[in-house]
Design a binder for this molecule. Structure first.
Ligand SMILES: C[S@@+](CC[C@H](N)C(=O)[O-])C[C@H]1O[C@@H](n2cnc3c(N)ncnc32)[C@H](O)[C@@H]1O
Length: 292
């Protein structure tokens, strides 16, 4: 039966606050930074190939921390390359944070930002209305495909914007992560919105395999300390529970029975391990580098 609980993603201000709590309790951005340092240099080499300027598109960039990490890596490799950089981000607060971060970050003189405060589907309409023929050398969608109604169609549209040597980077939670296991059990009773929400890289890889598109995949081991979720009434634990269930105010709006079952699942070895008395959730991500 579909859930009657209210979806966290539709409350942008609460989502924004909770995402910050999640970042503080997890190694989410650290594992992405390691990936940017270890793997993206090879991707940038294949993209740049002697060009003096390239086009990049970030979809669902949030406050831009990972975008600027990628740009820093690109600048180290190719200090002379100019970049036309389009950002697609619907949340005004996140975009405001991103612009503030840009204003205090050095070495961005060669980056020309275009800010599109809109969702990916609005951007697609806008792009088609403009009849733009511009091609992108690098597109990234980091932890955003949960929030679209049709992830396959979204991947297909953005792939169609890639240049000949272009690459699409998709990062989502891995099928084998705690998220994958949690959603396999509870997705239907937690989510009632039109968005895809419970997808993992397993779903995207199946789609790419079906349509015969090549990609490389990289697991990004990551953890999240969810110990506070097991102390009733604590603010941090309740915010983390909202993030894990993607339900706004889960502790107060879910039935005690559902809450009990979710907490039970979260403690299972398929989702978490106990380390030094802390409950550590498996937040492993997977990055896909998709060919045009
Ligand atoms: C989990 S955050 C990830 C932010 C950033 N990529 C990162 O990894 O730090 C998801 C982001 O997707 C954005 N988002 C939500 N719905 C979207 C949509 N339909 N199209 C594009 N972005 C969306 C949110 O506003 C948020 O900034």
């Amino acid at each position: 039966m579909a859930s009657s609980l209210s979806c966290l993603a539709s409350d942008q201000a609460r989502y924004h606050k909770i995402f910050q709590v999640f970042l503080d309790c997890s190694t989410e951005h650290q594992c992405m930074k390691e990936f940017i340092l270890s793997t993206l240099p090879h991707v940038f080499t294949s993209i740049v190939q002697g060009k003096s300027s390239i086009n990049i598109l970030g979809v669902g960039s949030g406050s831009g921390e990972m975008d600027l990490e990628m740009l820093s890596q690109l600048h180290q490799q190719y200090p002379g390359v100019t970049v036309d950089y389009e950002v697609v981000e619907p949340c005004s607060q996140m975009m405001g944070n991103y612009k503030a971060l840009v204003s205090k970050t050095p070495n961005l003189e060669k980056i020309n930002f275009t800010w599109n405060q809109m969702s990916s589907s609005e951007f697609e309409k806008h792009w088609k209305t403009k009849q733009s023929t511009k091609k992108m050398d690098f597109i990234h969608m980091i932890q955003m495909l949960y929030y679209v109604t049709d992830p396959d169609a979204t991947v297909s549209f953005f792939r169609s914007l890639l240049s000949e040597n272009g690459k699409l980077l998709i990062i989502l939670v891995a099928g084998e992560s705690g998220w994958g296991r949690l959603w396999a059990t509870h997705c239907k009773e937690l989510c009632n919105s039109e968005i895809s929400q419970c997808i993992t890289t397993y779903n995207i890889k199946s789609y790419l395999d079906t349509i015969g598109v090549s990609y490389k995949s990289y697991l990004l081991p990551s953890t999240m300390d969810i110990t506070e979720c097991f102390f009733p009434g604590g603010e941090k634990g309740e915010l983390l529970l909202d993030f894990l269930t993607e339900v706004s105010d889960f502790s107060k709006s879910a039935s005690p029975e559902l809450k009990g079952r979710v907490l039970d699942s979260l403690q299972k070895p398929e989702c978490s391990t106990v380390v030094d008395g802390r409950v550590i959730f498996n937040n492993t991500l997977e990055a896909l580098i998709v060919e045009p």
